[in-house]
Write a protein that binds this ligand. Sequence first.
Ligand code: 8OZ
Length: 367
Amino acid sequence: MPTLFDPVKAGDLDLANRIVMAPLTRNRSPDAIPKPMTATYYEQRATAGLLITEATAVSHQGQGYSDVPGLYGTEQLDGWKKVTDAVHAKGGKIVVQLWHVGRISHVDLQPDGGKPVAPSAITAKAKTVLIKDGQATFVETSEPRALDASELPGIVHTFAAAARNAVETAGFDGVEIHAANGYLLDQFLKRDSNVRTDDYGGSIENRARFTLEVTRAVTDAIGGGKTGIRLSPVTPANDAHDEHPQALFEYVVQQLAPLHLAYIHVIEGATGGPRELDDRPFDYEALKAAYRTAGGKGAWMVNNGYDKPMAETAVKEGDDLIAFGRPFIANPDLVRRIRENAPWNEVDKATMYGGGEHGYIDYPTLD
Ligand code: 8OZ
């Protein structure tokens, strides 16, 4: 019977334990460039079996919040190389989360002040963060324009190019495709944000097409064994909703099965919120079974509100990796604290998004 502290293989990734640092947006990278303190932040947490970086924009168009990092230019890639070097020097493994926000953006953040892009021209009932004079403010997302089908291959290419740069230039061990939380790929998947009438809208097969094209292009670029994907079947985050998530996501994981991915990362319930939603029931065991039955061999990673007993049970019952989010912000040595049954520091909400070293690299360890 495996425990949280046993090594595990996720595709090409040899992980020292089954505790994963979930992706966490921190808004501390002006001009999309990770700073030296970002290397310190990840290095401090390198005892996790796997670190997943904060969501990182694959293009300027894919950015939706102030001061989030990118992967699309030399300075951004150089900044990330310092991060991966620091993590590797501590024996850690790190993948970067590839992000295109789609409609969850604001004209002030877009190239030439243009409209954010989306499957359909439907404004999300959601907010984004603009930082002005060091002050974070929440603003309504802007009205998007519907992408023309002729633009989609360019976005697919952007994901593949970002993946190649991430591995070959920035030194990452792999990438995680962000297909969750109401961002571009999730907008295509879910019916409420996708009313297209072409090959990318309508049926489940059509709505899944774009996510699958992106994933295949990324695996062609860097190999399936270095590629993970994050899904959130029922989260209401960023106004995401689909009437039939079970059928939709079972189809998606069945199609992912032959790609030999490193892992499938599933957010159970509402991101950062309740694990069960009365109006959005979902059977995660059936989702995993659909993937395995279709021949999927990737590690199965679960996330959302896990504590030690829940994580131990999940690993005993066949989940391979458990991702912890906010606890990793507040506890750089979370792995040790779990092992030794030590108490966890509380996260300071005021310093989660934006700011400097405080609330970022000054959380205490047990020593
Ligand atoms: C919190 C704030 C901004 C972005 C996600 C990338 O939910 C995010 C995010 C979370 O996946």
